[in-house]
Design a protein around this ligand. Sequence first.
Ligand SMILES: NC(=O)N[C@@H](O)C(=O)O
Ligand code: NI
Length: 161
Amino acid sequence: MLTAAPITAEDFAPFGEVVELGGVFKTINDGFCRRYSDLATLDIVDGQPGISLFNAEIRSLPYDCGLLERHPLGSQCFIPMQNAEFLVIVAPDAGGRPGVPRAFVAGSGQGVNIGRNVWHGVLCPISGSGLFAVVDRIGPGANLEEVRLPEPVTVTLAPGG
Ligand SMILES: NC(=O)N[C@@H](O)C(=O)O
Ligand code: NI
């Protein structure tokens, strides 16, 4: 059983970045808008960044994660288009396969940018809307490596989470 912790930039740093308000901003548009720039880095190899929409089914908890994947040629950024909570399941690499997985839960106002070649579960909304903007690599070649886990990892939220 894996308990998903609320995602923080610090805890998620080994796997990517959290896209959320905070830190330095620049006031623009005649003072009616705050611009928070450069919150995540697109890491694209032999291709171009592109913006896609994912309309994912809402998944129920506890969630059995049986597949981890990674994209050797590009990072992958998920940004909710509407209010949503979603699981972010990641794992370090262990000799070319996923190591011990970790689970986070991201809430409204939070997107995540998963680093290039970082093992992760597929997009997993658990409440609200499953409509996400995804900024990732568009290009030729093999950019998807999948590993079916011998035993699914069952993910829940912390009590009160
Ligand atoms: N395959 C695909 O585009 N989506 C996955 O990579 C995912 O992380 O959801
Ligand atoms: Ni992916």
